[in-house]
Design a protein around this ligand. Sequence first.
Ligand code: AVJ
Ligand code: FE
Length: 437
Amino acid sequence: LNELTHDRLREHVADELDRTRRRSAELTDAVDDEDLVRQHSPLMSPLVWDLAHVGSQEEQWLVRGVGGIEAIRPDIDDLYDAFQHSRADRPQLPLLGPSEARNYIGTVREKVFDLLERTPLEGRELVEQAFAFGMIVQHEQQHDETMLATHQLRDGPPALSAPPPPRAERQGLPAEVFVAGGPFTMGTSAEPWALDNERPAHEVHVDAFYLDTTPVTNGEFRRFIADGGYDQRRWWSEAGWAYRRKADLRSPRFWIRDGGRWMRRRFGHVEPLPDDEPVVHVSFHEAAAYAAWAGKRLPTEAEWEKAARFDPADGRVHRYPWGDADPGPEQANLGQRHLQPAPAGAYPAGAAPCGARQLIGDVWEWTASDFTPYPGFVAFPYREYSEVFFGTEHKVLRGGSFGTDRSACRGTFRNWDFPIRRQIFAGFRCARTPVEG
Ligand code: AVJ
Ligand code: FE
């Protein structure tokens, strides 16, 4: 790599840090100080916690860890350690106030830019050094999506706005696409900003399957409700039914029954439920129950990734459904550009070789898979990032949502959450095993 390349990489990292910080500022400048320190839901931290947490991690991983620079606020490490305090307990902590938090993350960021200036970003260490900065970008972007979910839970007048997503032409689109059986390469060893849980690349055999061309829509989900889906034990797993009863679920979160019709609340607006939009704010259990009712099932994450990345034309996997180019506004609804999913069938330029659409962006998609390590997994940079979450407690979600940044979303990216969670921007699509004979 020549000098120019190093400078370009440095410039790219600096741009990504700036772009990300602007989003964090937009999400937190949109409301007043009282709103920033308030807990809008026991499921979420106050926004001011996320803001300072992002700075605290940046101080610990980059300023101290990579830079070996003297600590700025070692006294607050514990306050912003997600493992020390549950989200529900965070409002009671002696947190930094809004202006203190803003000053603190600004000070950390100045040190990071000094560090970026004098970090060689070359030779053997290049990948590791660039990764540390990339991880910080992704971490802040993930918290920006979490803060967006907090906005969705917040009561009161709308604070955020964005233009509507593009329309869709669904006519002539088949309901399902076919993916032939055979091996493909799952995960990655090459993607420079891939997190530990996406590594390493390894071969996986997947039997032939059908996959829904688009995510399941509100209109389709409405039919499940109208057919008594929430009241019929037979569509639900044991854990799903127990949760359905305990939480008294009757519809996706934020749906409102208004006389004879369905409305939904979205970032402070109450509006008619759009039938053609992918359903969002459903738990894994509701997704699995719908799939059973439809005579289908949820895809495994291997199936999802094969549909998204494998191109039978060249026998290779690609970074995204459309190829190896970074996502742009033509391919996918990412990056909080629109504050809702685009109608099912949108983004023809983002279609996968198998014909499936909207695998990237719009809504996170629940898969049937538990969050477990790939063969050859090595925890990096520490066990608390992914390893401590492996097991049967969490289900994998794929593909990112309208709230996910492109830096934290790719064909190999794995998100995870508890199967009862509904405040995240999660929907699903169904899969089906071909009947033999
Ligand atoms: C990957 C979205 C499940 O929000 O708990 C943020 C990302 N990890 N800070 C989360 C994360 C540490 C993580 N998820
Ligand atoms: Fe975090």
